[in-house]
Unconditional design. Sequence first.
Length: 154
Amino acid sequence: MAKTATRSTPREFRAEARFQRTSPQKAKLVLDLIKGLRVEQARNTVAFSTKRIAPVVLKALDSAIANARYLSEEQGLDVDVDDLYVKSAVANEGPRLKRIRPAPMGRAFRYQRRLAHIIVTVAEKRPGSSASETASGSGRAAGKGTRPSGKSAR
């Protein structure tokens, strides 16, 4: 009975990369690329990204996948790594490092070095939810396709 209860709710596995020396805004550029993708496709996307934070994001993604493998073996869960997708990928702001830059006439300008906490969450894709997502995705694509044609008709 307990196995069916855990099977009905998909498990989430997360990994964090804290205190990374980049601004959250720059990290979000890479994280937005992988949200909602399957794990293998997300790994390929990040691996070929040219951003400096991409290896850190790849490491966090690999860690979340490893957490899924480990917990599925440890707790006896039936988690298929091929069915995992990136449920959420966020970059929260960490503490700021206050620094001083010399300025003309003996003055000093203060500036702040931003740090980011990167959190990647992967979950198992339900077989029934993929059909509903495809239907909603095709509805959005159809909505986007109609707008430019209305402009060109003028």
